[in-house]
Design a protein around this ligand. Sequence first.
Ligand code: ARG
Ligand code: ZN
Length: 875
Amino acid sequence: QTIYLKDYRQPDYWIDETHLTFELFEDHALVHSRLFIRRNGDAGLVPLVLDGQQLELVSVALGDQTLAPTDYQVDEHSLTLHPQAAEFELAITTRIEPQNNTALEGLYKSGGMFCTQCEAEGFRKITYYLDRPDVMSRFTTTILADRGSYPILLSNGNLIASGEHEGGRHWATWEDPFPKPSYLFALVAGDLCLIQDSYTTLSGRTIDLRIYVEPENREQCGHAMDSLKRSMRWDEEVYGREYDLDIFMIVAVNDFNMGAMENKGLNIFNSSCVLAHPDTATDMAFQRVESVVAHEYFHNWSGNRVTCRDWFQLSLKEGFTVFRDAEFSADMNSRTVKRIEDVTFLRANQFAEDAGPMAHPVRPESYMEISNFYTLTIYEKGAEVVRMLHTLLGAEGFRKGTDLYFERHDGQAVTCDDFIAALEDANGVDFTQFKRWYSQAGTPVLEVDGEFNASSSTYRLRCRQSCPPTPGQSEKLPFVIPLRMALLDSEGREMPLKLAGEAHARGNETVLAVTEAEQEFVFEGITEEPLPSLLRGFSAPVKLVYPYTREDRVFLAMHDPDGFNRWEAAQSLAVDVLQGLVEIHQAGRPLLLDQRLLEVWRSVLADAELDQAMVAEILRLPSEAYLIELARVADVDAIHHVREWVRRELANALAEPMWQRFDALGSAAQPWSADAASMARRSLRNTLLGYLMLTGSSAAMSACVRQFVEASNMTDRQAALVALVNSPDEHQKHAALQEFAQRWADYPLVMDQWFNIQASSPLPGGLERVQELMTHPAFNIRNPNKVRSLIGAFANNNLVNFHRKDGAGYRFLADRVIELNLMNPQIASRLVTPLTRWRKFDPARQEMMKVELARILEQDKLSPDVYEVVSKSLA
Ligand code: ARG
Ligand code: ZN
């Protein structure tokens, strides 16, 4: 069943107050709700249709009248009542079985604790309710459970009462003063230890900060707590937003479908996004914790105080909040490196989604299963759209707009149009055309070329934009594309920019607004032929095409004053070289490395001024996934072969300067430190170690083994393990893997890394290794982190093995999707994505991929989640 945005209408009833009592037992839970309901406006005598799924209805009472089964109708997804009054109290009791809830949606058990995940539509698996975000209610929640097993009882808001109960049980009552939709409800009951701190807001209020984790993780919470305090300060300073309750809680759970959830006052996190200790977590994990903690905290305003009217508006809170967390991370770390990481991720993954069968606009028009729309397009492209608004308005104008947005809509459930209207009204601008970014799917292509005219001293920049068709949208209208750019002279200096027809010069860098299908910008006073530096900072999520020669790219990689575009030039040079070599390889001709690539790599390697993290980013070749995205028909084997060949060529040719730089960066044994400079040092050192291991020298092998043994931290230890696992030395590889598994057997998040590294290794026999690892005692298909780190990593990172010619990789993935389909539909439907990209591959592979998709479709009990993705991908 498909749901359409155009069908939105207000609910017939509102729920002003929600009183919940949970009685938790080992084999079931009873949920008693008392709802204060009011008919909406002058809606007549309409039935009240409450959402509910997989519930056992125990009793219903309207006012003081217990209803008989003839007074209401129940079906698979609803309870229909026929109230006569315009305002009334409704009391419902349902019985559920959290211990059997493997979908991890609603109320479920993770290890020994009870927890909830209600977004988007999980609350209806707890009790019958108007489970939609425009119904906002004040919640009071009482939890009753065994005191011994569940000493900690938590819900949203403030603790207002607690006490003992008979039979060794106890209870606690929480009250949330802020009206909220059901998707922000949360409950936790477990035996957890508390890490406590406090924060004083700018206005002087003291907030009680609490992180609850299982006792063995007590030492791993410091980084999350620090990140939380920094986020609170940042939101006050950059957006003027203060926290609003007296207590803010984070709980870590091991079984969680996503990263984390912003439930009001009680954020629930996948433990992988909270726990971090240098012994067990890599620098990447530290950064992820920082950004997810910030993301969920920022939702308190962009999501909770101002929420979404309906799920088509999901990007209203997600796109905006991802933009906010990205800016936070940029302010806490290196801005340029953060941008490079995000752009790399977007281009390899969101662009592929935009080009695939599930392509949808940032504000979709329809969906079958909303869980399928927590996508890279809603989150990451949505964040790019907000970033463009920020670029067009400038920081100050954007802040004026968000101030108005929060003030105007506090306590409301609103739309993307309301967000744009606030930015428009605060700045006196018109974003009508800009809003096409919300309604049109697909990645636009921006073709640019330039023409220098010496006699008139002008430079003409010609822009042409287009956007490929996507499902349901064959024609696209022009977007507003902010094009940040500069013109460089032959020394690499920025030239002053003055546009013909404009009174004022624009300085050395400007943002052009490309609004038409074809458009020209004429710069005056240009006395030598410039080289344009375009789309600086990736100022719009488009594919830029400019007829740069390889010399131009070399020049920009060495001289562009803009750090991001220096990286971009090196990347695009590498892409060009790799694509050329793929063709040569396919033609069966010998490969020869373009010396210009080597020279850029050599010069970056020798650049002592450049941020070490930037050096590492530049030296990394574009990923196979990105090269596949760029190809029309991707030859996975050729791409892998050529990319590995280039890596080895670079390593052999540059072994000497690489060793020099490697040695100069100290040792992995030196004490760990969290600062940006140390992280940059580790990043560069480990990038170099990866290259040096490709030379096959015994010096590299012993450096690697030494690092594995001596490393003072997980970042360096893991980098050594990756290099060993991908080396041909079977003995060292197995010794290291075994040692690692023994040492970290009791650390599930470390074992996730151990699975991931092996699943991602492109060496032959990858599928067999993964199949064998599925029988390892640390693997558990019910745990989403394990599924992602073994099966997900194999299908997404190990492209040569996943796409092996006999189709066994496809069959394996389809089998796992079928296995997970009923157990955990959300995870199953995410896992299937690589198969849905069949159009990218050769006819033989296409056929085998489609056969597997069809086999999934034939299963007799298909979840709506899997059905939607698979059926759309075959349409
Ligand atoms: N709102 C959460 C976040 O972005 C994610 C919730 C995902 N829920 C889901 N059913 N996919 O922080
Ligand atoms: Zn979010």
